[in-house]
Design a protein around this ligand. Structure first.
Ligand code: FES
Ligand code: FE2
Length: 375
């Protein structure tokens, strides 16, 4: 049985019989390429909140299945996902995130300049050659927002975002996430772990008592984490957290003793902790079979600046997650050891595995039958 078939087989197991994926799935080039082709090129991928791109000229870049993309708020206030590659000789136009210093995107190499709609506006020193501007515009990609969360897709025929995440909207509506119009900034890190390890780690509260013994666990203990519902398209878990005046990432206004939070996964690459007043989100993107880029952000209902103590707290518990994921990655190189059973508190991981199998194989089957037709 090939590794991909093994993943499909394992992902079929219901909770109770479900197992962790074969370790090789977390470092195999074959699996990485299948994910790039059948997941990151096909599905919707989370970028950031609209609030992270509040003003004209604000941009956020990401690389999706090798495709550099810049999401920019245009001068006309519209968000667009443009190719982040100069049409002249291929330089990356923008890096990271920020705000354009001028109203245009200017290439750092020879300063070909594009409008925020992707139209080529200026070509310096063309000499006697006339560069045809209309045929040198930046390609555009699909972009949609759901409750202020911005997603892009390389797939022109991706389902509308609302349909893709059908059934999940009620949670966002209940927490009035469309009112989360403030951003506390975005941070990215490179992790030496497969992107799936990061996603699986963010999805479950099973590790709080062991990995976050002094950080998360005292406020949001493992024993108060529970699974709510999920499927191959998304999952929702919940938890109870002590209502300290300031705890984790925000200021709680509720007077309740315990407050409830949700952990929502919108695969492939988005997980959030959702509270009544804010959401702390993480985005994972593969950068290779054993490396990924992790981006964190916070969106809130009220303007809010994290205090120094909160920033330090966040750094500590993100570091704990990173270290454990990188440690698991080291273990995954084993040829002799074998993945084991998943427990009750890991049901959201079972959903995530079903997602992987669904997308890799839905497209793979179509792809294979296309190959068969050709041969
Ligand atoms: S590569 Fe962009 S202007 Fe030359
Ligand atoms: Fe964690």
């Amino acid at each position: 049985m090939s590794l991909l078939e093994e993943i499909q087989q394992i992902a079929k197991n219901p909770a109770g019989e479900a197992e962790s994926l074969p370790f090789a799935s977390y470092h195999s080039l074959e699996v990485h390429e299948a994910e790039q082709a059948f997941i990151f090129t096909q599905d919707w991928v989370f970028v950031c909140f609209e609030a992270d791109l509040a003003n004209p000229g604000d941009y956020q870049t990401l690389t999706l299945a090798g495709e550099p993309i810049a999401v920019i708020r245009g001068e006309d206030n519209q968000l667009r996902a443009l190719s982040n590659v100069c049409r002249h000789r291929g330089a990356l136009l923008l890096k990271g995130n920020g705000t354009l210093t001028k109203k245009n995107v200017s290439c750092p190499y020879h300063a070909w300049t594009y409008s925020t709609k992707g139209i080529l506006k200026a070509v310096p020193y063309p000499g006697m050659i006339k560069v045809e501007k209309e045929s040198h515009c930046l390609p555009k990609f699909k972009l949609e927002s759901l409750f202020g969360m911005v997603f892009v897709s390389l797939n022109k025929s991706a389902l509308p975002l609302e349909e893709r995440f059908e059934g999940l909207q009620k949670y966002y509506a209940e927490y009035k996430v469309d009112e989360f119009n403030y951003s506390s900034g975005i941070d990215s890190e490179h992790w030496n772990s497969n992107w799936k390890l990061a996603m699986e780690n963010f999805l479950e509260g099973y590790h709080f008592f062991a990995v976050h013994k002094e950080t998360v666990e005292p406020a949001a203990p493992t024993k108060k984490v529970y699974y709510i519902e999920g499927n191959a398209d998304w999952s929702v878990s919940g938890g109870k957290q002590k209502n300290l005046t300031r705890t984790l990432l925000g200021k709680m206004k509720s007077k309740d003793k315990d407050i409830e939070y949700l952990t929502i996964c919108m695969p492939p690459n988005f997980v959030c902790l959702l509270y009544k007043e804010y959401m702390s989100w993480a985005r994972a993107l593969p950068t290779g079979p054993t490396t990924c880029e992790i981006t964190f952000g916070v969106a809130s209902r009220y303007p809010y600046r994290l205090t120094r103590a909160e920033l330090e707290f966040n750094d500590r518990f993100f570091k704990e997650d990173r270290e454990i994921c990188e440690r698991v990655q080291e273990g995954m190189s084993s040829q002799r050891s074998k993945a084991g059973q998943l427990v009750e508190l890991e049901k959201a991981i079972v959903d995530f595995h079903q997602y992987l199998a669904k997308w890799i194989f839905a497209k793979n089957d179509a792809f294979l039958s296309e190959l068969n037709l050709k041969s």
